[in-house]
Design a protein around this ligand. Structure first.
Ligand code: ASP
Ligand code: MG
Length: 498
């Protein structure tokens, strides 16, 4: 029997009919002998609709109230899905993020999870119910609702899977998994069977929209196997997993205490159990058992956790980890991103400290810088050009701050280009295969695509090109690296993405 955490995105629970379909899948998973915990997103475009209403009322919504508002979307889904599952004769209980023990810091709108204490979820599944948890939300230390940033339900699911030591975290969406490129641009994109978390992180960080970046980081850190798949088909999707990691950080699991909690709790099913509440030790990140809790088998809670984890690890499916797979393709996929702008300072004095001053000013606006390029100074002038890219939401402030500091920085002029796109080629195989960049640049040149900027990591090469030729560039590179499928594999089932 496996413990499966299933996360359903907005398009999978877009309406009542979709809820029924999800309920059936949950029940079928359970009937196959698994224990199921479900994390849901808000229905369809609910989060956007809530944002629009707030925008209509005010330009300056208080962050705390905004989170109360936005967290409502997921609460609607969790309650309706619990009803749909109950209707199929299976007990289901819905929990808000706070009730599920998703503890966060206080950054409203972009809170980070600091720990998960899923006592009530654990209790629900121990009693044979399906637990439904509202994604995207948690509770901070003053017991206010927080949200995790757009797309944050993925992170809720992975964090819960880690805390419960689940065998797999299934992320249900409206496509059949991760593809070698966006199927809307490259119809011959192929489904990726399995991929490492490192590559997934590079793809997500560089514009691939399938998973919340922090969810992948969380999965990597805690060794949670992710299976991204469609809620509209029964096909296998894409496994994101690095194999079993020795010495992986032990997540704040309460599994070892479950038996005690359940016993103490059987007759007062849903009363808060603050007296027996384990607490999170901020220093170690470990759960500390409440005073007087007898540790299972007389051993330490820590050892019991370790035992529970290794038992589960044995039972885990082992999709081929990239490291062991000598046949693994050199390139896993191509990500693209249109959400950045480019700012160029022309005629910057080529003296020590110039870049430091420029980027201190940009940092003061909280802009997130991606690529930076500095030209060699034009002969005899002692002047150089510095370009950088940042998210389009950050560029106006960065630009204004640089314009205001023109006198201090001594540059000649500032240029702004919002019409750029970034193509990123990602593959762990790059480490051991020379010639990847030559092939990439060759393909772009054949397609007549001009490159503005280049940056690389060990497993990624990114180029900035004109927005207008980005799609063509992606297709050309996809073909050059032999990634095209014979037939069209990708089907987009839902409407609006997640
Ligand atoms: N409903 C939230 C959003 O649209 C969270 C999520 O769907 O993951 O961003
Ligand atoms: Mg743009």
């Amino acid at each position: 029997m496996a413990l499966v955490v299933q996360k359903y995105g907005g398009s999978s629970v877009a309406d009542v009919e979709a809820m029924r379909r999800v309920a059936k899948r949950v029940v079928a998973t359970r009937e196959a002998g698994n224990t199921v915990v479900v994390v849901v997103s808000a229905m369809g475009d609910t989060t956007d609709d809530l944002l629009d209403m707030a925008d209509a009322l005010t330009d300056d919504a208080p962050a705390r109230e905004m989170d109360i508002l936005l967290s409502a979307g997921e609460r609607i889904s969790m309650a309706l899905l619990a009803m749909a599952i109950n209707e199929l004769g299976v007990p289901a209980r819905a929990y808000t993020g706070a009730q599920a023990g998703v503890l966060t810091d206080s950054k409203y709108g972009r809170a980070s999870i600091v720990g998960v204490l899923p006592e009530r979820v654990a209790r629900a599944i121990q009693m044979g119910a399906v637990a439904i948890v509202a994604g995207f939300q948690g509770v901070n230390e003053v017991e206010d609702v927080t949200t995790l940033g757009r797309g944050g339900s993925d992170t809720t699911a992975v964090a819960l899977a880690a805390a419960l030591n689940a065998d797999v975290c299934e992320i249900y969406t409206d496509v059949d998994g991760l593809f070698t490129a966006d199927p809307r641009i490259v119809p011959t994109a192929r489904r990726i069977e399995s991929v490492s978390s490192e590559e997934t992180l590079e793809m997500a960080a560089n514009g691939a929209k399938i998973l919340h970046l922090r969810a992948v980081e969380y999965a990597r850190r805690f060794g949670v196997p992710i299976h991204v798949r469609s809620s509209f088909s029964d096909k296998t999707g894409t496994w994101i997993y690095d194999g079993r990691k020795e010495g992986a950080f032990v997540p704040p699991v309460v599994a070892a205490q479950l038996d005690d909690v359940v016993e103490a709790d059987n007759d007062q099913e849903d009363e808060p159990v603050s007296a027996t509440r384990p607490r999170l030790d901020g220093a170690t990140g470990r759960v500390v058992a409440p005073a007087g809790t007898p540790a299972p088998d007389g051993g330490s809670v820590g050892r019991a956790h370790d035992r529970a984890i290794s038992a589960r690890a044995e039972a885990r499916p082992h999709p081929s980890a990239k490291e062991d797979n000598v046949e693994a393709p050199v390139i896993s996929g191509i990500a693209h991103d249109r959400s950045q702008d480019k700012i160029t300072l022309v005629g910057v004095p080529d003296v020590p400290g110039a870049a430091a001053r420029i980027f201190a000013i940009v940092a003061g606006t909280d802009a997130n810088i991606d690529m930076i390029v500095q030209d060699v100074s034009a002969e005899g002038t002692g002047l150089t050009n510095i370009s950088f890219t940042c998210p389009d939401g950050d560029s106006a402030d960065a630009r204004a701050a640089l314009e205001a500091a023109k006198g201090e920085l001594g540059y000649k002029s500032i240029h702004f280009n919002p019409d750029i796109g970034k193509l990123s080629l990602v593959g762990a195989g790059m480490r051991s295969h020379p010639g990847v960049s030559a092939k990439l640049f060759g393909a772009l040149s054949e397609a007549g695509v001009n490159i503005h900027m280049i940056s690389t990591s060990e497993i990624r090469i990114s180029v900035v090109v004109d927005d207008a030729v980005l799609d063509e560039a992606v297709r050309a590179v996809h073909t050059a690296f032999g990634l095209d499928a014979q037939d069209t594999e990708a089907v987009v089932y839902g409407g609006t993405g997640r």
